[in-house]
Write a protein that binds this ligand. Sequence first.
Ligand code: PLP
Length: 454
Amino acid sequence: MSSETRQWQQADSDHYLHPFTDHHDLGTKGARIITRAEGVYIFDSEGHQILDGMSGLWCVSMGYGRKDLIEAGYRQMQELPYYNSFFQTSHPPAIELSELLAEVSPPGFELTFFTGSGSEANDTVIKLVRRYWDLVGQPQKKVFISRKNAYHGSTVAAGTLGGMGPMHEQTGDMVNHVTHIEQPYHFGLGGDLSPEAFGLQQARLLEEKIQELGPENVAAFIGEPVQGAGGVIIPPDNYWPEIQRICRAYDILMVNDEVITGYCRLGEWFGATRMGVEPDLMPFAKGVTSGYLPLGGVLVGSRVGEVISSQGGEFAHGYTYSGHPAACAVAIANIRAMREENIAARVKTDIGPYFNERWSTLAEHPIVGEARSIGMVGALEIVSDKSSRARFHKDLNTGTRCRDFCFENGLVMRAVGDSMIVSPPLVSEKAHIDELVEKAWRSLDQTLEAVSQG
Ligand SMILES: *Cc1c(COP(=O)(O)O)cnc(C)c1O
């Protein structure tokens, strides 16, 4: 290891308190320092070239080094690097982007509220939903129903909406009026049920929960069309339509968290469309700028939008960086590029199906219990016994070891317990998918060998 890398690592563990990291561990192991990136590859300070199977954190959909995105940000910073849109001011990038987002959104989504991140988008959802029910004279409708193993961000409110074990524990019950139902995770919870029977069963947990709480007290249901951070949980086809039926029957708002699934990742502009449903609100972030600058927001459907725009009174909410001009300029360039390069269609009919087919071959590996994917996200379930779906002993840290082998082999693949997940850039070529699958297979071989030795 170079002395430069060692110096970076020392200063890093001395001063940089990382997100989602065990700081003590970081001090002993040292971070991998990523210094540059191009296309679908990242490069570390030791000069290793690594295929980015996660698109950064699910966000670099259009790949690294795009001159159109970079120049859009640069030009905007020269023109107007910052101004706000509080108190009846506005600026062209935020106006233009909100117009463009309405064009690529499903019918009825005419309004966008901008934030700096997905977490802030979900905090905004909570306040918008509350405001809506207040304005329509049903202020007692307060409860959010979310799902176990959901990820909605890490601010206090978004973290409370989420349901991933350790994280939810640290947020605890800091925010009231949030409750969780079980997730539509067929491999983990479905047992012998067919996906269809399981899909209906899991959706009807929502109905039971609404009846238990009283529909007059329930404000909204929130869910990711496909759970991302929880392990790429793809619900059975009938799950979302049944959720929608229940929300409508009991007059509950439906929120689809599109932070990962929005902007073409599932082969439609939005995951909701892929799932065949029409939500009331869609929080987004990540892929909207391909991660080049931070930007998030909430797309507001007509039901909520019409009430908020027609009734008087200020919506007492906003961030200094809501509609940041440079971030908006990059988002405009990104959405235009997605449109011009037909990225949704590419994912739906070309690179997506190729990835799905190649990914599914990993199910033949001796320690893979399931290889599932949809659009450009996928998961592998590592098991010690395929037929019983039994896992390796927890202390073997099988998933983490597999992830480390991947890194050594020049591939970023993430571990969620003993599930391995990927979310490759939407601009990946077939050769990149081949490389991803070959490296994943080799890493699985090494994982099997390592866990066999204890
Ligand atoms: C990443 C993510 C968030 C949080 O977004 P941040 O920009 O990290 O705050 C919210 N919801 C989902 C589904 C996500 O994947």
